[in-house]
Every structure is written in structure tokens, then in C-alpha cells.
Design a protein around this ligand. Structure first.
Ligand code: SF4
Length: 281
């Protein structure tokens, strides 16, 4: 997003490297290409501006449309896109529910034909009853517009439902990366395994391993030595020589470009059982 510049690594948009350019130095095209849907729609809309005006404002900033009429027409189409009635253009944010506000947030993010939309826990502040509808809407727009959607979530059931590729992070480290099928089946990174065991499942035909993580999450400002997960990992004893306490693991490539940041041997990884499976009859 350019709100922070990168301390390491590269971020490329098309052929341009953008990791060192803060948002205030980015050109309009780069800014409209990478947009964000925020976690809390209650804080992100301007309370003193109508919904329509807020979307038109985004269009003006992105330089879209030559006249006010063109921008108004495009704003109404964006309301159609997020399945809000056109009459909502004249409403104030306080007249909208949380789910409706988040739809306005989505309309603004897609106003400039974004190529990448970062959605940071976009439904976690919403009522459970509207979460599925807003998630489906995001997926539908993403598929139609072929936008890259970077979806940040703690809810692994949603992640599984909508992702092609999944990156699992712990204390700022990418600990696992792969296709959804790779990440949701063993071998797992031990942290992914514990996360999966925390997914609530109501279906009684599904059996789930119960893995309790001991201790609190350490501070990212003062991380433990060695592997960032070593203070809570139940697999640590399987790594000889106390390596987990002293050395940060390198990222290893498993078959199919599946990546995992862990010292466990291939034999130990092969012994991992599925966390979630269909119960035997
Ligand atoms: S490196 Fe060691 S402590 Fe870290 S996740 Fe792997 S087994 Fe656990």
C-alpha cells in the first residue's frame, strides 16, 4: 500500500519495483492499482459526506471520468456492482448497516479498476449473518474483474473457501506457503497444524485433532531466539541438537513448490496426520 516502505525484499507491480516508494510519492496510476478494503467499515467512511459523494471523490482522485456526469454514472454502476440500490447514493453513512458500509468500502476500492486489492479482515467486524454475503461479493467481483485479492484473515474456513494460494505468517515470518490444497493437508508447518485444529466445525461426521498451544504469543519486537515458533511448538523435540532454540530455519521447498520454514526432517513431516478428517463409520 505504500503506507510503510519495505525493510527488505522486493514488491513488483507489473515491471516496476515499488517497495521503496511511499504512498505520497506514488503516481495516481500506482495508487489506484493497489487499493485496500479495511477491517472496520465504521471508521473508514467520512460521516459528513453522502455515500455517492465519497465514491465520486475516489473517482476524482484516481482521475476517472472527464465530467461530473460521467463520474456520477460510474458511481451508480459501482453501487450496482456491490449490489446496493442506487438510491443509497444520497444516504449518509449513519443510515447504513455495517454490511452496507463495507459494500461502499468495496465500491471505493474497485473504483479505479484496481489490479490488487488488499482486504484486511474485511468481514470480521461485521455481523455473522452478513459475513458470507460480503465475502461472496468480494469473490464475485474479484473473478469478474480478474483482480488479485490479498485476503488477510484469522478465519481459516474463509481462507480455504476463497483462496488459490495461502501464506501462513507467525511473528512476521512466512512459515508456510503453497496452494490451498497443500497448506490444508499434511505435511504442515507446526503452526499451521495448530491453527487448523482451532477451526470450529459443527459437523459431527468430521473428526478433528485437538492441539492446544501452550503459552502466549511472544512479542514481535522481542522475538525468541532460533525458530520464532519454538516457545510453543509440540514438534520441537523431534529436531535433534536443540537446533530450534538456536537457529532460524531456512525456507525449504517441498514437492510442488510448497514452502515451509521449519527444521523438521522429511521423515518427521511425513509422519504428520491430517488435523481434520471424516470420521470412520
Ligand atoms: S523449527 Fe522447530 S520449533 Fe520451529 S516449527 Fe519447526 S519443529 Fe517447531
Amino acid at each position: 500500500m505504500g503506507l510503510e516502505t519495505a525493510t527488505d525484499g522486493k514488491i513488483t507491480l507489473g515491471n516496476a519495483e515499488i517497495q521503496d516508494t511511499p504512498i505520497e510519492e506514488r503516481d495516481t496510476n500506482t495508487i489506484s492499482s493497489i487499493q485496500m478494503v479495511f477491517q472496520n467499515p465504521f471508521d473508514t467512511l467520512n460521516p459528513s459526506m453522502t455515500v455517492g459523494r465519497q465514491i465520486v471523490r475516489a473517482l476524482e482522485v484516481f482521475g476517472i471520468g472527464n465530467t461530473d456526469n460521467e463520474r456520477r454514472e460510474r458511481m451508480l454502476k459501482l453501487l450496482d456492482l456491490v449490489k446496493l440500490p442506487r438510491a443509497f447514493a444520497d444516504r449518509m453513512p449513519r443510515q447504513l448497516s455495517g454490511g452496507q458500509k463495507q459494500r461502499v468500502g468495496i465500491a471505493r476500492a474497485f473504483a479505479g479498476d484496481a489490479r490488487i486489492v488488499v482486504a484486511d479482515e474485511p468481514v470480521s467486524a461485521l455481523d455473522v449473518s452478513v459475513q458470507a454475503a460480503v465475502t461472496d461479493l468480494l469473490m464475485e467481483i474479484q473473478r469478474e474483474n480478474k483482480t488479485t485479492l490479498l485476503f488477510i484473515s484469522h478465519d481459516l474456513s474463509i481462507v480455504r473457501y476463497l483462496s488459490d494460494r495461502v501464506m501462513v505468517m507467525y511473528l512476521g515470518h512466512v512459515v508456510e506457503l503453497g496452494t490451498t490444497d497443500q497448506v490444508f493437508a499434511p505435511p504442515y508447518h507446526p503452526y499451521t497444524e495448530a491453527l487448523l485444529s482451532a477451526v470450529p466445525i459443527a459437523d459431527t461426521s468430521i473428526e478433528k485433532q485437538h492441539i492446544v498451544l501452550e503459552g502466549d504469543i511472544p512479542s514481535a519486537m522481542n522475538p525468541p531466539s532460533g525458530c520464532p515458533f519454538q516457545t510453543r511448538c509440540r514438534w520441537k523435540d523431534q529436531v535433534p541438537g536443540g537446533l530450534c532454540d538456536t537457529e532460524v530455519p531456512t525456507v525449504r521447498n517441498l514437492p510442488g513448490k510448497h514452502k515451509i520454514k521449519c527444521h523438521l526432517s522429511e521423515e518427521a513431516l511425513a509422519r504428520m496426520e491430517p488435523v481434520i478428517k471424516i470420521a470412520a463409520e
